[in-house]
Design a protein around this ligand. Structure first.
Ligand code: ATP
Ligand code: MG
Length: 192
């Protein structure tokens, strides 16, 4: 993936001619490299800067993890909702996880459809989707049918193709190397 510096700067504007302003966008940050959630929190900051009402829904992390993004988000007036606490993680209790998933999605669905937010970040939504803890089709239906002014960012590895298909912008963060592979554990200030 390394680039040799042989390229000259672009001499023509690469953007298509007739750019429109969308009412809202659905953005998906996926892939196996580090940076999906941090990029979403970058958009969170841009939204705050524009005076938007912003909500972050964390589908996997629980409220007592006290991640740095939650601390600063709350200081910035962002609503922070953690839905992860109920998941059991050991898949010994799949029925309970499915129930937790249904409850979590019901809550997120109401936040989305209520139209109160300008921007909602559904952080790590792909994990409960891929574990079948949350049904994919109702999520797709809600995203497609959401109030037209609500921007949504979804993060997480292995975004389902059906989600990619309905999104406006999809970025795949590729893992080239990660400190974890050198045996380093998650670092405060960098990873959380
Ligand atoms: P970040 O929150 O740092 O942007 P992410 O959202 O891209 O990471 P997740 O799949 O949500 O990645 O994983 C969350 C945690 O796993 C973070 O602490 C992150 O540093 C770590 N992580 C991300 N990518 C990798 C990787 N390729 N190998 C090991 N750990 C990773
Ligand atoms: Mg993440």
């Amino acid at each position: 993936m390394s680039h040799e510096n042989t390229e000259s700067p672009p001499e023509t504007d690469p953007r298509p001619g007739e750019l429109r302003t969308p009412e809202s966008l659905l953005i998906v940050n996926t892939g196996h490299g580090k940076g999906k959630s941090t990029a979403a929190f970058g958009i969170m900051i841009r939204g705050v800067a524009r005076g938007w009402k912003v909500g972050v829904v964390q589908f996997v992390k629980s409220g007592d993890w006290n991640v740095g993004e939650e601390k600063i988000g709350k200081q910035l007036g962002v609503d922070w909702i953690t839905l992860g606490e109920g998941f059991s993680w050991d898949s010994a209790n799949l029925d309970k996880d499915k129930q937790t998933g249904a409850n979590a999605w019901a809550k997120a669905h109401d936040l989305l459809m209520g139209g109160e937010y300008d921007l909602l970040i559904f952080d790590e939504l792909t994990y409960p989707l891929n574990w079948n803890w949350i049904e994919t089709q109702p999520v797709l239906d809600a995203l497609v049918g959401r109030p037209s002014h609500v921007h949504v960012v979804v993060t997480g590895r292995d975004a389902p193709q059906s989600l990619i298909d309905i999104a406006d912008t999809v970025s795949e963060v590729q893992n080239i190397k990660h400190a974890y592979q050198q045996g380093f554990k998650a670092k405060r200030g960098i990873d959380f």
